[in-house]
Write a protein that binds this ligand. Sequence first.
Ligand SMILES: NC(=O)c1ccc[n+]([C@@H]2O[C@H](COP(=O)([O-])OP(=O)(O)OC[C@H]3O[C@@H](n4cnc5c(N)ncnc54)[C@H](O)[C@@H]3O)[C@@H](O)[C@H]2O)c1
Length: 367
Amino acid sequence: MTIGIGILGCGAVSRMHMKTYLQLAGLCEVRAVYDIDSRQAERLARWEGSSAEVCASWEDLLARDDIHAISVCTPPDLHRGPVIEALCAGKHVLCEKPLAPSLDDCDAMIAAARENGRLLGVAMQTRFNRDYERMKRVLDSGALGPLRFAQLNATCWRGERYYEAPWRGTWERQSGGVAINQALHALDVFVWLLGEIESVQADMETVQQGIEVEDVAMAMLRFRGGLPALFGCSVNAVRSEIRMDISGYAKAVSYPLGYHTLLVRDGDSVAHDEAAARELERIGNGSEQAGNQEPGDVQIRLMNDFLRAIAEKREPAMNGAQGRRVIEVITAIYKSASTGERVQLPIDTADPWYTTSGILKHVRRAR
Ligand SMILES: NC(=O)c1ccc[n+]([C@@H]2O[C@H](COP(=O)([O-])OP(=O)(O)OC[C@H]3O[C@@H](n4cnc5c(N)ncnc54)[C@H](O)[C@@H]3O)[C@@H](O)[C@H]2O)c1
């Protein structure tokens, strides 16, 4: 069966959804789109040869029987409502990141999927990067031994033009700044690689004028088992890059992908251990050499998995629970940066920072 797709919100990211659905034409067809701005909807409906119709309202989109799944591509404050409405209308949902501004919202969306027997996927495509999968294989194999240090730096540049969209730069509409919008992808991978976080000590700053969300955030993360890790992110960096280092004793993996080893003698490093590095690389590659890889970039792999999950009646790899996990870490970063306290995880449902209204009331704003 061809999966009928609808798209809500026809801005920048929706074009990536449309393009990818068109590339997956054997599995699905985008049949209708809706945006509060009809020009945006008209433009997306004609994007790259699409034959989608423009719906007159969100209700019209929801009412169509030929639409089985909806991509929700609206700003972050407009994820919870439409996602729950779509799930209750019997549609599967692929929601753009961040899943929601708070854990309360995430839990309500996850519950709506469960109660309506529909799938909730989250568009966090970075997880499908094959180099991260290689790092994961090495970590899961235990080849690095007990971990001793990890760090993640996620930097890029966003100028004044970026904040011209009315929802950007504000806590109410964007849910936060660089941590929840740009660094979320890499932070999600970091947590996926390293496991549960026990506590967070963080700070944040806003350097750019005229916005109230953070454009720099830094944190000391402590993972369960005691691993200390550094996290830093900024949208004020001229160099755009993700850097990750995960070290055991004398063995490490990094992103951009690298395998690093030291030959240690009498407690001192005497050389690079080439044989040990090749062994880490062999573990990282896993069974890839057997030619069992399906093709595609991260966006295709994410959406292909979502569509196949619908067809196979299974959870997508990037489901609501996965999308929630990084929101908990980011909530802890915002809470710690606002209160100055070290924050213990998990965040309890009675904690004011569990809800969106609690976050908006307590978060430290730049203006
Ligand atoms: N996965 C990624 O890598 C990635 C990249 C960019 C953006 N995003 C996410 O995608 C979402 C949208 O970002 P964008 O850059 O496309 O924003 P955008 O401003 O370009 O587009 C948002 C669209 O939503 C429409 N909209 C607003 N309110 C609406 C409503 N009530 N009903 C219907 N349509 C409405 C707007 O008219 C606009 O066309 C955000 O959550 C953002 O974080 C994800």
